[in-house]
Design a protein around this ligand. Sequence first.
Ligand code: GDP
Length: 284
Amino acid sequence: DSLRAALRKIAGASYIDEALIKEIVRDIQRALIQADVNVQLALAITKNLQHRALNETPPPGMSPRENVVRIIYEELVKILGQAREVPLQKQRILLVGLYGQGKTTTAGKLGKYFQKKGLSVGLVAADVHRPAAYDQLKQLSEQVNVAFYGEPGEKDAVKIAKHGVKALEASDVLIVDTSGRHALEPDLIKEIESVAKAVEANERLLVLDATTGQNGLAQAEVFSREAGVTGLILTKLDGSAKGGVAIAVADRLGVPIQFVGVGEAVEDLAPFEPAAYVEWLLTD
Ligand code: GDP
């Protein structure tokens, strides 16, 4: 919201002068720091922004106003880094995250995504704490028509994971749903470690609800530190939340955002595109 307010100032100004540029740069700096972006980074970005906005002549055909907007946009995309290609190869993906973030739904969506790319997929139900997760994942596997393994009633996630790897050996992409909690407790960390080891996971993707706002950053930091997260999936971006936390998360964690969830249906998943995301973030 603060970033969009800064852009509205540019749109509403009768002309662009140094005073306005300095004001906008201060607004953006404040917005980034409020959003928990590292202070050093926020300062570096805004310094760069100010220098460019004051010194770069607009490309042919571009007004000074459009030029400033273009520079702001480019500097924000820089924080998010390059889009990381999702490898289309044999791999094992572990999904981790707290309750209700969209982990199980995302497992089904990923199944559909890789299947559409021509890879065979197997889903493993290793969430042993939420009893309904087994049925939910089984139904999703039937809906997207991919292989499934689970043991209803079994409380040992590692056992299920080991059996699942064996049963679904033929699948190119193995996606393992793990237990959630209301907080990342020590026993959950241990379980994630053991399951990751048992399945020899290539990726540990944290599923994060974009509507949790800045809480999401604290959550992501703990998961990253304690559970060795290698990437993020930001869910529920179809609501009113723009998931501005993504900027701080990308900055602080140094792990890429791989996918975004944009709805409840199995096809509502897309690879994360930093440039498209910033454009959308800045649009009213
Ligand atoms: P889990 O506890 O992390 O496994 O969470 P679930 O997969 O059961 O999802 C919790 C709720 O969020 C369900 O009602 C899902 O339909 C919903 N959900 C998951 N991803 C998305 C998304 O991208 N957009 C929307 N609108 N809802 C989502």
